[in-house]
Design a protein around this ligand. Structure first.
Ligand code: CA
Length: 237
């Protein structure tokens, strides 16, 4: 369930947006100002922030700029809300590091569409969308992983951690991920686990994938980490 933090001081908007997001299957947290938002983000990173420009005290733009300079929050997806629609303000919002913006008044459906688009681009592993790499398919909704062989689909049985690991790697293919990055993105940040734990789960994942001849999907990149590459899949005859 994707976790969204709404940072907004106008109760009406908070209520409208929360209801729609919860209805769409999101987990919602709310902060009425920048300091409260920072405190919540310090506790646990949300998957996306809906950030209002005009807040009591520090503005949404100042907060977005601060998050972009901190390595921990640099990649945090942000959709900015703005009451003004002068072009200069949109440029300011995007310059501050917002991924997208919505101008008030807006329809909740339009905001939801923007949120989904940003997540699809920045954090596709939090959405319940089917992912496919070559002949391997992963369905987050049913938690099934299957490989199509000769028109038949063979199921791959995975433990919960291996499933999340594969889901993350399949939604971010062809890129090298360090063990620390995988711990942050798959296990959650603020989780203090030895990096060797990643190796243990990668090994288990490869063992499960080898049953459907897909162990080569996950490459070890010496001194760097792991990469999922479609080139490691057996070619379809
Ligand atoms: Ca406001």
């Amino acid at each position: 369930m994707p976790r969204v933090l709404i940072v907004e001081d106008e109760g009406g908007i908070v209520e409208l947006v929360s209801i729609h997001l919860r209805h769409a299957g999101f987990d919602v947290a709310v902060a009425g100002d920048a300091d409260r938002a920072q405190a919540l983000v310090d506790e646990a990173l949300p998957d996306l922030v809906v950030l209002d420009w005009m807040l009591p005290g520090r503005s949404g733009v100042a907060l977005a700029r601060r998050w972009r300079t901190d390595p921990r929050t640099r990649e945090l997806p942000i959709v900015m809300l703005t009451a003004r629609d002068e072009e200069v303000d949109m440029v300011t919002a995007l310059d501050a590091g917002a991924d997208d913006y919505v101008t008030k008044p807006f329809s909740p459906a339009a905001l939801l569409a923007r949120i989904r688009a940003v997540l699809r681009r920045r954090a596709p592993q939090v959405l319940d969308e089917v992912v496919q790499v070559g002949t391997l398919m992963l369905d987050p909704a049913t938690r099934r992983v299957t490989r199509l062989v000769d028109g038949r689909s063979e199921e791959v049985k995975l433990g919960p951690t291996e499933f999340r690991l594969l889901h993350f790697l399949m939604t971010h293919p062809e890129r090298v991920h360090s063990r620390a990055q995988l711990l942050d993105r798959v296990w959650g940040d603020h989780v203090f686990i030895e990096e060797r734990t990643v190796d243990v789960h990668i090994k288990r994942l490869r063992e499960s994938l080898s049953i459907v001849q897909c162990a080569g999907l996950i490459e070890t990149v010496r001194g760097a980490g792991y990469r999922l590459s479609a080139q490691g899949l057996p070619q379809v005859a």
